[in-house]
Ligand binder design. Structure first.
Ligand SMILES: Nc1ncnc2c1ncn2[C@@H]1O[C@H](COP(=O)(O)OP(=O)(O)OP(=O)(O)O)[C@@H](O)[C@H]1O
Length: 352
């Protein structure tokens, strides 16, 4: 039986007269990794700060492990909440070495237990060899791991991570993403991170919430966010794709009326559209397959090499544009016509 560790229930946060979070609601199960994803200024950091107890809520409730830790006028202090936090700039103590940085939050333990715990964490984050080094002598990735070990040391009920990889180069980010996920999962730690990078969100988190202008638009698995976006904004924000105009037929099918060669599709679930209604259908690059034998032709207008694949931008005879991911040994020139085939598992359409 899953145990809910964190619930945000209709949280509002204001800065003076300005409302920066509105009606934020989601839950995290124990051991789950969640992520708030959104553009700069959408309120991600404010949400983390409200959970940690650094920002009061104007309305709604924060429930941690069954206890209400925040509501309007009733706030537990950050210390009372027992939440660990990893900041964007790591906030390591420059005058303390790695061991003492990690030991910092362990003063309530006796010396022997402190030593045992620090050694264990040094091993977990693979920093035993630099245990006596000072932060300035560490690489960005090593500093990030010290910050993680320090936050984990007091065994917090929940770990919050604010853009934890933003200062690192892309390659290191990807490696650390996986490392951090492995560490959190192996210790069954519940964590919530915020990022504006969807690749990071997808590779680290079990559940991702897309935020926009202080609101949470969808809280779901990465798979569902990509394949079943609940709103047009989410569909646009997550992944690549195009929208093609279509109409719902009397039989309830989707008909690409501007592009007859794309034909009809049985439509599911199609946002409660009525027969005759105009809709925009989301087509992802993986919905359009390259097929030499297909009579349906499209012209290559752009191509981006991605190692194993090309992302082709293709122009249909109607002038509409679609994207297609194609294994990169199919190297076609700009201007060339290639055969394509639609393979849509289910149709995602939004009313216009
Ligand atoms: N202390 C503050 N006083 C007034 N407004 C603030 C304060 N802190 C943040 N804001 C505003 O609240 C909104 C949300 O900010 P927040 O830092 O939560 O966004 P964010 O999504 O984390 O952005 P970023 O990715 O750039 O860190 C922004 O419009 C910001 O200008």
């Amino acid at each position: 039986m899953p145990n809910t560790l964190l619930t945000l229930d209709q949280i509002n946060v204001n800065f003076g007269p300005k409302r920066v979070l509105e009606g934020l609601s989601f839950s995290l199960q124990a051991g789950e990794i969640g992520c708030l994803l959104g553009a700069s200024g959408c309120g991600k950091t404010t949400a983390l700060r409200a959970i940690a107890g650094f920002e009061p809520v104007a309305a709604g409730r924060v429930i941690l492990d069954g206890q209400q830790v925040a509501s309007s006028g009733q706030e537990w202090t950050p210390q009372q909440r027992g939440i660990g936090m990893v900041f964007q700039d790591y906030a390591l103590f420059p005058h303390l070495n790695v061991t003492d940085n990690i030991r910092f939050g362990l003063s309530r333990l006796d010396k022997v237990e402190q030593k045992r715990r620090v050694e264990e964490l040094l091993e977990v984050v693979q920093l035993t060899e630099v245990a006596n080094a000072y932060p300035h002598a560490l690489s960005g990735g090593q500093q990030q791991r010290v910050a993680l070990a320090r936050a984990l040391a007091p065994a917090p009920r929940l770990l919050l991570l604010d853009e934890p990889f933003s200062n690192l180069d892309v390659e290191l980010r990807e490696r650390l993403n996986q490392e951090v996920r492995d560490i959190l999962k192996s210790r069954d730690i519940t964590a919530l991170l915020v990022t504006h990078d969807q690749h990071e969100a997808f590779s680290l988190a079990d559940k991702v919430g897309v935020m926009h202008a202080g609101r949470l638009l969808q809280w779901d698995t990465p798979y569902k966010l990509y394949h079943e976006p609940a709103e047009r904004f989410v569909a646009d924000f997550i992944g690549e794709g195009v929208f093609l105009p279509a109409v719902v037929t009397a039989a309830g099918d989707i008909e690409f009326n501007a592009d007859p060669q794309l034909g009809h599709r049985p439509c599911w679930p199609v946002c409660q559209a009525r027969p005759g209604q105009a809709v925009q259908v989301l087509l992802r690059p993986d919905d359009i397959l390259h097929d030499d034998t297909s009579p349906m032709q499209a012209r290559v207008v752009k191509k981006a090499f991605r190692g194993a694949q090309f992302l082709y931008t293709l122009s249909l005879p109607s002038g509409q544009t679609v994207l297609s991911l194609v294994p990169s040994h199919h190297d076609h020139a700009i201007g060339e016509a290639i055969g394509i085939r639609l393979e849509i598992d289910h149709v995602i359409a939004f009313g216009v």
